[in-house]
Write a protein that binds this ligand. Structure first.
Ligand code: PDD
Length: 281
């Protein structure tokens, strides 16, 4: 059981980690976050997460100085204390506490929250699983490149997916696929790999970034271009990526089977190489 958290400047028992009722993260989702994968006690791609965290903080004007060394020290301590082998680190920074007002004060002290969760990853071994997903309208705001906790549209779509026994909801904006509620979406069409470009319409995933390097090394063709729902349904293979799911094949979308409901060869190859790259860390 994971039971130690880090709040502001101290390690505390998870049950004693309490937030003020006027924390702006609670009242306004005035807050950014990161989810970092832990695999065999190591955190994955910390540098990419730190870069994105700094970007998110800058874009919503939260004045917090990220100290990468200090964060790495806290992460190691939590991994060790909570005996975490495989799972995630959740990190959230809110703008801080203030008497309720839409307009924020400039001198607030940001709240720092860090804790861990166990998770068994879907790895490309004999138990590698393909999943079913649904499609859903993308109701989110226009700055999806910022990793804020403004996640209500994601949560509602994810719950609808869950109700339909699906793993994820693929979001559609103006007829084009953006991404999943908590993942990036990829299709393979005639040996070409397609994914949405990293602009303000999607979150530029850390897993996506690592996978792009692998695709480049393999000399496969990657097209970063948005694609239609029709193209999604007609894809040869589909998969998703995220720090919580690594590379997870998609074998059914709504009622349509993809690749006859089987994990595709290219997806499997990419998942194997991705997994191998984690072991070489
Ligand atoms: N979600 N798109 C969205 C909307 C996400 O929330 C996430 C991650 C991703 C994939 O990003 P990355 O590869 O950096 O994890 C794409 C995390 C896992 C979450 O909210 O739990």
């Amino acid at each position: 059981m994971s039971n130690i958290a880090y709040l502001n400047s101290s390690f505390v028992k998870l049950n004693n980690a309490k937030i003020h009722i006027e924390d702006r993260g609670l009242q306004f989702a005035d807050s950014v976050y990161e989810v970092i994968a832990i695999y065999e006690k190591k955190f994955i791609d910390l540098d990419f997460h730190i870069r994105r965290l700094k970007y998110s903080l800058k874009e919503i004007d939260i004045n917090y100085k990220v100290n990468e060394k200090k964060l790495a020290f806290i992460f190691r301590k939590l991994i060790s204390n909570n005996k975490l082998n495989s799972g995630i680190i959740y990190l959230q920074i809110t703008r801080g506490i203030q008497s309720r007002d839409h307009v924020y004060k400039r001198n607030l002290k940001p709240t720092l929250i860090i804790y861990t969760k166990n998770k068994i990853f879907n790895l490309p071994n004999e138990k590698f699983k393909g999943c079913k997903v649904i499609t859903h309208i993308d109701h989110r705001w226009a700055r999806r490149d910022i990793k804020t906790v403004n996640l209500l549209p994601n949560i509602l779509a994810a719950n609808l997916a869950h109700k339909k026994n699906a793993y994820e909801a693929i979001l559609i904006h103006k007829g084009k696929i953006t991404e999943g509620t908590s993942s990036n979406i990829w299709i393979i069409h005639k040996n070409k790999i397609l994914t949405h470009p990293s602009n303000t319409n999607i979150l530029n995933g850390v897993t996506r970034t690592r996978l792009k390097l692998i695709i480049k090394k393999l000399k496969l063709i990657l097209v970063e271009k948005s694609f239609t729902q029709k193209k999604l349904f007609n894809a040869d293979e589909v998969f998703l990526t995220s720090s919580g799911s690594f590379i997870t094949p998609i074998i059914k979308i709504d009622s349509k089977l993809i690749n006859n409901g089987k994990i595709g060869n290219i997806t499997l190859k990419l998942a194997q190489l991705y997994f191998k790259s984690l072991n070489n860390e």
